[in-house]
Each structure stands twice: as structure tokens, then as C-alpha cells.
Write a protein that binds this ligand. Structure first.
Ligand code: GUN
Ligand code: ZN
Length: 444
């Protein structure tokens, strides 16, 4: 028996395709200024104009009225480190030094299941406060850290992809695994968590410099032995890292080629940053189905470089957005999009609000191969959605009063918004953050 549906009223926007680099989104989006989103049993049942849908609703359908607030799909964060929550905004260094001074010491504490769970709970709440309902997450090298994030995500009913970091060299001895132990740990974790509820496992070699060839072979073996698992790693983030990779893998044509040689380019593989790559790499990435995660906040904060968004999309590479906390300094996908806009501008192009919001929702879901489940509000999708408040702050309210088009409003929201703009976050049809206006038990 299914439950009665609930209808959410508001201005509803979602994407059905990539709007491309044009200013006009064309048929890539659907917008219902006076819309209804009908949810039943955690899934979207229908979406449309209020007047058109009203006759189809039963008398039992309650309506939750968000007025003129904007309803969007939940955000998809394609790259974030939950174990780096406590060292977010650490001063002064670049990637390799930052790892040694801040990231590695923070990750050391995740031998403790209790510490892991406390951070995992905080982290997931922070995602929800920022409107993120799906995320691809690095844990640490410890099994306990993976159990904690999956258990917390299961309790929160969120769609979380996560994995144990694999690293068997060039890192502190207290964070080091071996090819054998990483195989056994990952296998046990896949069996325990992959495919349970909304959880999925990602094979997680930290990056090429910290894995031996034997361990990269293990990654391939794990991916071949377990259908449907994801792969996540870092690629070509900063110049010193790329130079180091060349010393370690002198026979590889490029950084990407290292992962390719070990069979790690495939659909469901996501490579964070992917900044210092060339046309041949982009073509290979696109052909393989592997995706790039664009992490502009992190890239600016660590001074890593400017991702070429236009070139990646023109080459057919799937691109999602990643906050990359703690290299990134915000959990907010809106703030991350604002930084993305600036990075694209520095490359001489313009990231439209359409394409930005597409990339943070359906684009991210496509990068993860999850577009049948999340990323849009099409019927049958999981009812993960958010409500954006156009009056969230005095400044946003003031700017909105001077905006005449939807494009202008969305752009202002993306440039000025943060967690304060997220009035509510729904996970599988349940409010997981924010306010629910009282439901009216009949369609008005
Ligand atoms: N490259 C390898 N490890 C990391 C990490 O933890 N953060 C970032 N930003 N880059 C990495
Ligand atoms: Zn990262």
C-alpha cells in the first residue's frame, strides 16, 4: 500500500539536459513559476504547473506551500573529504605541503570509530544545511572511517558514495596500508556497504604518487571483481605534484595515462581537479566515460590552477562540481559555483547560471552515472530537493528586487548565496533541514 502523496508548491526549476555555453537554456530546463511537485513514498510522482496538475490530485493530497521560493533538485557534490572537516581553512601552503602539515595529521585520528562517527554526523548535517543530498566522499585509510560515514549516511537516508583511501607509499608510516591489506579491507567494506539502501562504494587510491604499481593493480582487480563500484582519485591538481608523478612514472605519457595503464578510466570513475591536462587527455577521458570533478574553491585556495571547464565540456568530458573540503573552504555548492564563475572568467569565458546549476545537479548526477535516481525532479527520481529563499539575507532580498529575469535572479543567488539561502532540504521526501510550512490538507 502506498501512502497519500504530498504536493509542494513553489517556483520549480530543474534541468533535463546540459544547457551548454549559450545564454539561452532552450529546452535543457523546465521552469514552473507557479508549480507543483508531487511526492509519494520518497519519489517524485509528478511535476508541473499548479493549474494543470490540480485536477489530477486526489482530495487527500496535502499541499506544502513554499510560495515564491525556488524549488530545485538537491545538489550533487562530486568530491569532498569528510575527515578534513576539522582542518578546513588552514593557512598558507600549497597542495603537497598542505597534505603533510594539515590533512595527514587530521586523518590520523580516524582509527577511532567514535571520533569518525562524530565527525561523520557533523559533516552530513553540514551537507544538508547547504542543500547537498548526494556526495562522493573520501574517508581515510582506516576501515573505521568508512563504517562511520556509511552508518551515518544510512541513518540520514542520504545517497553517499565513499571509500577507504588506499596509500602504501610516500605518506607517514602511520597512515600507510599495503596492497594486500587494502585489497582485504576494501573487499570487506564493499561486501558490507555497497548497494545497501542509497550507499555505494568507491575504490579510492588517494593519488598516483601515494600508490605503488602493485596497489594500482589491486584497484583494477577490485573494480573488475565488483560490478557497479565507483573509483575516485585526484588528477593533475598542481604543478609540483605533476612533476613528482613524472619522476615516479617516467614511462607514462601523462598523469591521466598512469590511471589508464592500470585500467582505472571507466564510467563511474571520478577524478578531482583534472587541471593540468591536455587535449589528448580530455579526449581519452571522454572516450573512457570517466568524469572530472571541478573544485574551484579548493583550486583557488591552494593556488593549484584554473580548470578549463569549456575545453572539458567541448571534449565531451562529464564534469561535476566538488567542494573538496578541506582543501575547499566551504560546504556551500552556491559559493563553489560563485568561485567556478570566477575561474571560468579568468580563462576568458563565462559560466551561465543555467550551466552552473545544471552542473551542480543533473551534470553531477550524470558524472556519477546516477541520473536515473537523482539530479532532476523528473517523475520516478528520488525526492531529494531543496528550497532556496530569495529573501535569505537583506542584500539578496535587495538584489532580487532589482532583478527582472529568472537568469538574473539565479545568477545573483549563485553569487551571493550560501547556507543561509537554503530554506529547506528534503531527502527521499522527508524534510532533513529547515522549515516545513504547515500543510494544507486540500489543494487550494
Ligand atoms: N591530492 C591527494 N590527496 C589530496 C587531498 O586530500 N586533497 C586535495 N585537494 N588533493 C589531494
Ligand atoms: Zn580532494
Amino acid at each position: 500500500m502506498s501512502n497519500d502523496p504530498i504536493a509542494y508548491h513553489g517556483a520549480i526549476l530543474h534541468f533535463v539536459d546540459d544547457p551548454g555555453s549559450r545564454r539561452d537554456p532552450g529546452r535543457a530546463m523546465e521552469f514552473y513559476p507557479d508549480g507543483l511537485l508531487v511526492v509519494r513514498d520518497g519519489r517524485i510522482e509528478s511535476i508541473g504547473d499548479r493549474r494543470a496538475l490540480k485536477p489530477w490530485l486526489t482530495v487527500d493530497t496535502a499541499v506544502v506551500d513554499y510560495g515564491e521560493q525556488l524549488i530545485l533538485p538537491g545538489f550533487v557534490d562530486t568530491h569532498v573529504h569528510y575527515a578534513q572537516t576539522d582542518i578546513i581553512a588552514s593557512y598558507g601552503t600549497e597542495l603537497l605541503d598542505w597534505l603533510e602539515r594539515f590533512a595527514f595529521p587530521a586523518e590520523r585520528a580516524f582509527t577511532s570509530g567514535i571520533h569518525s562517527r562524530e565527525v561523520a554526523d557533523f559533516f552530513l548535517k553540514e551537507l544538508l544545511r547547504n542543500g547537498t543530498t548526494t556526495a562522493m566522499v573520501f574517508a581515510t585509510v582506516h576501515r573505521e572511517s568508512v563504517d562511520a560515514i556509511f552508518a551515518a549516511a544510512q541513518a540520514a537516508r542520504m545517497r553517499i558514495i565513499a571509500g577507504k583511501i588506499m596509500m602504501d607509499r610516500h605518506c607517514p608510516e602511520w597512515l600507510r596500508d599495503t596492497p594486500e591489506s587494502s585489497y582485504e579491507d576494501a573487499k570487506a567494506l564493499i561486501e558490507r556497504w555497497h548497494g545497501k539502501d542509497r550507499l555505494a562504494y568507491a575504490i579510492t587510491p588517494r593519488f598516483a604518487p601515494t600508490s605503488s604499481e602493485a596497489q594500482l593493480d589491486v584497484c583494477r582487480r577490485l573494480a573488475d571483481e565488483h560490478s557497479g563500484v565507483f573509483i575516485q582519485s585526484h588528477l593533475a591538481e598542481n604543478h609540483a605534484e605533476v612533476a613528482w608523478m613524472k619522476e615516479l612514472f617516467p614511462s607514462s605519457r601523462s598523469y591521466l595515462d598512469v590511471y589508464d595503464r592500470f585500467g582505472l578510466l571507466r564510467p563511474r570513475a571520478v577524478y578531482a581537479h583534472s587541471i593540468h591536462i591536455d587535449e589528448a587527455d580530455r579526449a581519452r577521458m571522454a572516450a573512457s566515460g570517466a568524469a572530472a570533478s571541478f573544485c574551484p574553491t579548493s583550486n583557488l585556495f591552494l593556488g593549484s590552477g584554473l580548470f578549463d571547464f569549456g575545453a572539458a565540456r567541448d571534449a565531451g568530458v562529464h564534469v561535476g562540481i566538488g567542494t573538496d573540503v578541506g582543501g575547499g573552504i566551504s560546504f556551500s555548492m552556491l559559493r563553489t559555483l560563485a568561485e567556478g564563475y570566477k575561474v571560468v572568467k579568468l580563462a576568458g569565458n563565462t559560466l551561465s547560471p543555467w550551466r552552473a546549476l545544471y552542473t551542480a545537479t543533473l551534470g553531477g548526477a550524470r558524472a556519477l552515472g546516477l541520473e536515473a535516481n537523482v539530479g532532476s525532479l523528473a517523475p520516478g527520481r528520488d525526492a531529494d530537493f531543496i528550497v532556496l529563499d530569495p529573501n535569505a539575507t537583506p542584500l539578496i532580498e535587495r538584489r532580487m528586487a532589482h532583478a527582472t529575469t529568472l537568469e538574473e535572479k539565479l545568477f545573483a543567488m549563485m553569487m551571493l548565496g550560501d547556507d543561509r539561502a537554503i530554506a529547506a532540504t528534503y531527502v527521499m521526501g522527508e524534510c532533513a533541514h529547515g522549515l516545513v510550512p504547515e500543510a494544507i490538507p486540500r489543494v487550494g
